[in-house]
Design a protein around this ligand. Structure first.
Ligand code: URP
Ligand code: ZN
Ligand code: ZN
Length: 478
């Protein structure tokens, strides 16, 4: 990989607030040592074995891990979808993210069909401006490239607006789906300028046929959401995405990969030297098809796309994470309340708004299930939850690591602390938690976002508007 534009800061102003983090075990994607960190203003300015200069604030991180703030590369705040709008906006969603140890999100702006891409960017800036607790950036969901201006707008986003990645949908015909010609055009443009196409890889045309058949047979319960979206539909989408990317001379990043059949396609491509990248999400690592069979309408809580799969897929995904066939764990945080929102599909699973919450729980879940269960190393945990996303999406080394010159986005993480996940205590603006009652070991205790303590011993100390929009660089992925 070649990373452009390192965005290192100016030398720090001597009058800036100084924070010293002492005695912690500093872990990045590649380092693991005991040391102290000096922060001046928003940047890390010095790292040493035993720093004893005066500081405005000293944080004792003894017995704690000191890790880069998490980067969640896939969120949907305040997003109109499925006849309603996702329940977290930029204020509640980023506050919840901060509580969980995530200090950057990359959210998806949407270009409604027939509209200008620049207008969508403006809409998303308005949604986020002055609200965010942590830094944020945007991908752009492109739904329409029919006008000549649309390609010019993509160029403008990459070259001037710091929006260097685009999501395209092979699913949701008539709403978000774009055809192969559009995908090829977008990939050719992105590939030629260091942009990246993120693909929702599911054959939505065939899925719609299967859904129509199921509904005609009176199959309306939430479990039919999963039963009408076979793994073959996802694997076909992944395979086609990679083939189209290869023809366009572009890398491709598969979002929310859920199953072994799809992973196999990514692995085959990578083994052949093709620049294919993919993320998975906690829901595919910890939840499974049987969640749809919960009584009453409770299965609706898990209606997300792709759907939860048979449990055996989970260990295959962990292997993919360990072996770097999957590079990133993001959440696809897209919450809808059980009451009122998921209810929209009580009589028809295809009307249940697709998506689930997770932005607050990702770091603890992956630490607990990954490091705690011996599936991944500590370094790999940091890489999967922060560093790799920073590199792939043009934020590194400003974000994603602990180094002199980087933003002081730092989490003091207690690897021994236990927490029971619950909607009663979470900060996400949604009335359920997919992991209700699960006990995790490993909790973000104190969180710094560009040098400011935004969560201290589990209490929010920041304010809406602390978070800034991040312009991202282009990246050449090989
Ligand atoms: O069900 C999901 N994943 N909802 C959010 C939209 C998407 O496809 O990422
Ligand atoms: Zn998607
Ligand atoms: Zn999504």
């Amino acid at each position: 990989m070649r990373f452009m534009s390192a965005t290192y800061p100016e030398a720090p102003d001597k009058a800036l607030m100084k924070t010293l983090i002492k005695n912690g075990r500093v872990v990045t994607a590649v380092d693991d040592y005991y040391g102290d960190i000096l922060i001046e203003g928003q940047f890390i300015t010095l790292i040493g074995k035993s720093l004893d200069m005066s500081a405005d604030k000293v944080i004792d991180a003894r017995d704690k891990l000191v890790i880069p703030g998490g980067i969640d590369a896939h969120t949907h705040m305040d997003m109109p979808f499925g006849g309603t709008t996702s329940a977290d906006d930029f204020r509640t969603g980023t506050l919840a993210a901060a509580h969980g140890g995530t200090t950057t999100i990359i959210d998806f702006a949407i270009q409604p069909k027939g509209t200008a891409i620049m207008q969508a960017l403006e809409t998303w800036h308005k949604k986020a401006d002055g609200k965010a607790a942590i830094d944020y950036s945007f991908h752009m969901i492109v739904t329409d490239l029919s006008a000549a201006e649309h390609l010019a707008e993509m160029k403008k986003l990459i070259d001037h607006e710091g929006v260097t990645s685009f999501k395209l949908f092979m699913a949701y015909p008539g709403v978000l789906l774009v055809d192969d010609a559009t995908i090829f055009r977008a990939m050719s443009l992105a590939g030629s300028r260091g942009g990246l196409i993120c693909m929702h890889a599911e054959n939505g045309v065939v899925i719609n046929e299967i859904v129509a058949r199921a509904l005609a047979e009176g199959k309306t319960a939430p479990k039919f959401h999963a039963l009408t979206r076979p793994t073959a539909a996802e694997a076909e989408g992944v395979n086609r995405s990679i083939a189209l990317a290869e023809m366009a001379g572009s890398p491709v990043y598969i979002v929310h990969l859920s199953c072994y059949d799809a992973l196999k396609k990514v692995k085959e491509a990578r083994d052949a030297g093709i620049p294919a990248f993919a993320e998975t999400c906690p829901q595919y690592l910890f939840l499974d098809y049987t969640d749809y069979e919960k009584p009453e309408f409770e299965g609706a809580k898990y209606v997300m796309t792709p759907p939860l799969r048979e449990k055996w897929n989970q260990e295959e995904l962990w292997t993919g994470l360990r072996m770097n066939d999957l590079q990133v764990v993001s959440t696809d945080h897209c919450p809808f309340c059980f009451k009122e929102q998921k209810e929209l599909g009580r009589d028809d699973f295809s009307k249940i708004p697709n998506g689930g919450p997770g932005v607050e729980n990702r770091m603890s879940l992956i630490f607990n299930g990954g490091v705690g269960q011996g599936r991944i190393s500590l370094n790999r945990f940091v890489e999967l939850t922060s560093t790799a996303a920073a590199k792939i999406f043009g934020l590194f080394p400003r974000k994603g690591t602990i180094a002199v010159g980087s933003d002081a986005d730092i989490v003091i993480f207690d690897p021994k602390k236990k927490m029971t996940i619950s909607a009663r205590t979470h900060h996400m603006n949604v009335d359920y938690n997919c992991y209700e009652g699960m006990e995790v070991t490993g909790v973000a205790e104190t969180v710094l976002s560009r040098g400011r303590v935004v969560v201290e011993n589990g209490k929010y100390t920041g304010k809406a508007g602390d978070g800034q929009f991040l312009k991202r660089s282009t990246v050449t992925l090989k």
